[in-house]
Design a binder for this molecule. Structure first.
Ligand code: GLU
Length: 382
């Protein structure tokens, strides 16, 4: 069962965990003030999704746009990196407050999470992000995520949050990402040109598809945010996440697009083999395995059933590795079973090896993690 059409985004069985990305232009009016009525209606839609049993993560831009005016900065706060970062520092408070207030009207708790794209490249931080998002969602909160603009080291570009939304989808094991845009999808050429046609479904982002986003760029319209949205689709697809671009402008954008089928749907790479390869590539990356743990027959059997690796089944720890490093998991005969990201460094693994989870706090002297390698960060190599 995979997402093959837009209305599947509203189906809790097909899209149990949904990321919704909202851009600055939708959130903030030309006067620099939040577009409250629109946002209120959108939040009602998100509450309805939660009512249907879907978990919702919001990726919200708008900090710079909201802060720029308050600080009296020219060019919408994007005149320089320092301007943008200062504007974001001011605007983010207002933005988070707004989401907290409006979600609160539906009894939902908003949780502010500020990330840089780098955070999601670094495996140690990745582990923390995934664990935090998992806990927030399990507790029924709505993570409201933005780029941590004040510490970003690269020029903050329009569209960064499109990629962030896809990465967050990956980190949270979401099934679907919805990008609310100022246009109802990808067009085969400049959308204002004669005969321009919306592409309803994209199987794979090919060079032809990329050319559509950059074609007619003289107008700025055919390109604009489309390039970054395609980059987001290129992250999401191989990770097994469906992504859609829909028109965010209507009062109830999600219901409108899902009801009419208007938008562009980028299908998730469907084969489990493809997904496995992508995860493997990400987990292994270009990094070498920094060490290994050998497990007993019981743990090997549990791993093959999809369980996390618990310290109780570990008999030997080798190598020098730190939390977040990729390690090999070896079977009783030294055969390679899996690759995974270690939740602990080598010394901690050695201390915990063979010990039951309930004893870990005492052994470590601090709060333990739930596993030595969580199953979400484990790829079977057999
Ligand atoms: N993080 C920026 C903001 O909140 C927006 C980045 C983007 O436009 O994608 O203002």
């Amino acid at each position: 069962m995979t997402i093959t059409q837009l209305d599947h985004f509203a189906d809790p069985a097909l899209a149990p965990r949904l990321v919704v990305k909202v851009g600055s232009a939708l959130l903030v009016g030309a006067d620099g003030e939040p577009r409250r009525a629109w946002l209120q209606a959108l939040v009602a839609e998100l509450a309805a999704a939660r009512g249907r049993g879907q978990e919702v993560i919001v990726v919200s831009s708008g900090a710079i746009a909201l802060g720029a005016r308050r600080l009296g900065l020219a060019k919408g706060g994007r005149g320089s990196l320092a301007d943008a970062q200062a504007a974001a520092a001011v605007g983010q408070i207002a933005l988070a407050g707004l989401w907290a207030e409006l979600l609160g009207q539906h009894g939902a708790i908003a949780a502010q999470v500020l990330l840089t794209l780098d955070d999601l490249e670094d495996r140690r931080r990745w582990l923390n992000v995934t664990a935090t998002l998992g806990t927030l969602l399990a507790r029924g909160a709505v993570p409201v995520i933005n780029e941590n603009d004040t510490v970003a080291t690269e020029e903050i570009r329009f569209g960064d949050n499109d990629r962030l939304a896809a990465r967050v989808g990956q980190a949270a094991s979401a099934s679907a990402v919805l990008l609310l845009s100022d246009i109802d999808g990808l067009y085969d050429r400049d959308p204002r040109a004669d005969g321009a046609t919306r592409i309803p479904v994209v199987r794979r982002v090919t060079p032809e598809i990329r050319a559509m986003a950059t074609g007619g760029s003289a107008s700025g319209l055919g390109s604009g945010g489309m390039t970054s949205k395609l980059q987001a689709a290129e992250i999401a697809g191989p990770a097994g996440i469906a992504l859609a671009i829909i028109d965010g402008r209507p009062e109830t954008p999600i219901a409108t697009a899902l009801g009419s089928g208007r938008g562009t749907l980028f299908l998730a790479r469907s084969s489990s083999e493809g997904r496995r390869k992508a995860r493997k590539a990400w987990l292994g990356g270009t990094m070498r395995m920094r060490g290994s743990v050998q497990v007993d027959a019981g743990a090997a059997a549990a791993l093959s059933q999809g369980a996390s690796l618990l310290a109780a089944g570990v008999v030997l720890v080798e190598g020098q590795f730190v939390r977040g490093d990729a390690i090999a998991v070896l079977g009783p005969a030294g055969d390679l079973l899996a690759h995974g990201l270690s939740e602990y460094d080598a010394a901690e693994c050695t201390a915990l090896a063979g010990h039951n989870t309930r004893d870990h706090a005492e052994i470590l002297g601090y709060a333990p993690r739930s596993a030595l390698v969580h199953r979400d960060h484990l790829v079977l190599m057999g």
